[in-house]
Every structure is written in C-alpha cells, then in structure tokens.
Design a protein around this ligand. Structure first.
Ligand SMILES: Cc1cc2nc3c(=O)[nH]c(=O)nc-3n(C[C@H](O)[C@H](O)[C@H](O)COP(=O)(O)O)c2cc1C
Length: 342
C-alpha cells in the first residue's frame, strides 16, 4: 500500500481556497475533539486543512461564551482553518460568519451530514440533503451574505432510497462553494457498515468542484490508496487521527517525532495555553485514554486517568505507561467511536 505515490501537489486544483491547502490529507471535524488544542496539534503534525467541531449558529447568540470558545483559532498556524457551523436559517449562519471571520479562521464550513435527531429535527445537518433545490437556495443565500470562503461537508444522502449526493454536490457548485467533503455513508447508516468509496469516486468523476473523500481511513497507506483509486482531490481523516495523531506526518512521509509521549506532551502544552487548569485536566485525561486504546493494560490505565486530580499526576502516569511507543495500528474491523455529528 505504501508504494502508491502521493499524487503530485502540482496536479491538484490550483485556484481558490483549495490551492491554500498544505497538502491533500486533511483533518475531519469531530465534536468534542477538534477544538483549538487538537487543531494546533494537528497543525504541528502537518494536517493539510483543519476544521473545527460543529458550532451552532444560534448558540453563538444564546450561549455565546461557551460556543465562542469552540471557535478559537491558534495563532501562527501553517494549515488553513475552517469553522464548521450548523443551523436551519441562512440568516443565522450569515450573522455567525461575522464572528467566524473575527477569529482569524480562513473559511466557513457548513455541516450537511449530522445524523443526530436533535439536529435533523430542526431541518439542519443531514436533513438539508433531502431537498437539493432548497439546499441550493440556502447555500446561495449564505454565499451572498458572507465575505470569507464557503465549503460544505455532507453525507451521501438521507438513506439508500434517497441518495441525493450528485444533486447536492451540483447545488454546492452552483452556490459558489469552494469544495465538497463527502462522508461516504447515508444518514440512516449512522456509523454502521462501510463508507461507499465507489460512490465517492463516481461523484468525483462527475463533479465540477473539488471533492474531498472521507470515511474509514485508518492509516497512511489507506489514505494514499483511497486518494489514488477514487481520484478525489483530497482525503479527510477523523477517527484515524484520534487513534494516531501522527497519521498526517506518515501520509506525507515526514520524519517528525510521533511517539505517544511526544504527542501527549505537545497536547498538554497547548491545553495550558488555552484552558483553565480544571478543563485542561479533563481534556488531558480523555486524550491520554484514547491514545492508550488497544494497549495491554489500557482499561486499567483509563481508569487510573480518571482518578488523577492534576495534570502533573496524569503526565506521571502517561510517562510510565507509554514509554515512547508509537500509537498501535487501528485495525479495520475494530469498532471505535461509532457516533458523531457528521
Ligand atoms: C466523535 C465524532 C464527532 C464528530 N463530529 C462531527 C462534526 O462536528 N461535524 C462533522 O461534519 N462531522 C463530525 N463527525 C464525522 C467525521 O467528521 C467523519 O465524517 C466520520 O467520522 C467518518 O470519518 P472517519 O472514519 O475518518 O472517522 C464526527 C465523528 C466522530 C467520530
């Protein structure tokens, strides 16, 4: 798998926002995970593009403090950053985009993939895929109302009977979006089954807009294989980056240090920069427990994490547990985080 060459970047789209991507291996948005600290870490690990967790456009006005924190962007980033919004009203998204712009983010990404009931009930997330004509009006209104570039992330449709992906990609193109990221599952699938890369390739072959493929990429070899075989313009990696935060370095063949210890130390430094002591501790415990997944003694280690009362205690246990090893392989049939907002 590793022998498949990364397509030369010169062959990629040369215009618009896409041309500013650092490489063709991107971080997928993940709620509760791709906050400012995780994005900063992924920037250091050479992810091509960074996207925040989904942020409620309405929440920005009702629960401003907490929601605005979700949109923070680390300074001096090398990779471009998008803030992902969701909402049922184009006007709310236009207003929220003003705040996105003020964070220094490079673009606004609209979530058209969230399968969660609370979100689709309001006509947001994946519900917008059910009516491509309305989707075009919705996205065109947003596009006209904002100054920064607009992108979208979607699923392949509502269910097997409503595979609207071709029409929705056309709607995104007609509205002036910069690219479409496709998680190759329907809303009905949730996280079950496999992402449909044949369909992603078919959409790419017909699309007039850059297509980013997403779903079930668990290691660098698979990322390169999907890129080469489906001919998408870039790939997006979610859970694979959580299990192995060094995955983007491996994708581009960089020799940057990616031991678990080094990764956790970097992450802790970032947590100290952006959060208070209590929240930094919560995030550090969670992250260390994720990285331990699959290691012998992981269950005991995870339990011990939640008994730690300070970050220093966590780090002591981390140093003893990981002893410099690389993250373990993330196997194809392993179930890991089978739920999320896209
Ligand atoms: C915990 C979790 C949270 C997620 N949150 C979001 C989100 O906020 N916005 C979004 O568009 N997708 C979200 N997703 C979906 C991912 O971006 C991605 O499409 C999906 O996980 C498939 O890619 P993967 O197999 O590489 O993880 C989430 C997924 C997970 C596992």
């Amino acid at each position: 798998m590793n022998s498949i060459p990364v397509r030369a970047y010169e062959n990629q789209v040369k215009e618009g926002l896409f041309a500013r991507a650092r490489n063709v291996f991107w971080l997928a948005p993940m709620a509760g995970i791709t906050d400012v600290c995780f994005r900063q870490l992924m920037d250091e690990m050479n992810a091509g593009v960074l996207i925040s967790e989904l942020v409620s456009a309405k929440g920005l006005f009702y629960n401003s403090e907490k929601t605005r924190k979700m949109m923070r962007v680390h300074p001096n980033g090398k990779s471009i950053t998008g803030i992902q919004l969701f909402g049922e009203s184009a006007e709310d998204i236009i207003q929220a985009s003003e705040l996105v712009e003020a964070t220094g983010a490079d673009f606004v990404d609209i979530n058209l993939g969230c399968p969660v009931k609370k979100v689709v009930k309001k006509g947001c997330g994946a519900a917008l895929l059910r009516d491509p004509a309305y989707l075009e009006t919705f996205l065109s209104t947003i596009k006209r109302g904002i100054r920064i570039p607009l992108t979208v992330k979607m699923r392949t449709g509502w269910n097997e009977e409503e595979l609207t992906i071709h029409e929705c990609v056309q709607a995104a193109y007609n509205s002036g979006c910069e690219w479409v990221a496709i998680h190759g599952r329907t809303r009905a699938q949730g996280y079950e089954g496999k992402a449909d890369w044949n369909l992603i390739a078919e959409v790419k072959a017909n699309a007039k807009i850059p297509v980013i493929g997403n779903g079930d990429i668990r290691n660098a070899g698979q990322a390169r294989k999907r890129l080469a075989e489906s001919k998408v313009d870039a790939v997006m990696i979610g859970r694979g980056a959580l299990r192995n935060p060094g995955i983007f370095n491996e994708c581009i063949g960089s020799k940057t240090e990616t031991s678990c210890l080094d990764i956790i130390r970097r992450y802790q430094k970032s947590l100290q920069e952006f959060y208070d002591t209590r929240y930094a501790l919560i995030m550090l415990r969670k992250f260390s427990a994720w990285l331990a997944f699959g290691n012998p003694g992981a269950a005991k280690f995870r339990k011990s994490m939640f008994e730690c009362l300070t970050s220093a205690e966590v780090m002591e246990k981390v140093e003893a547990f990981f002893q410099n090893e690389k993250p373990l392989p993330f196997n194809d049939n392993e179930e890991f985080m089978m739920g999320g907002h896209g």
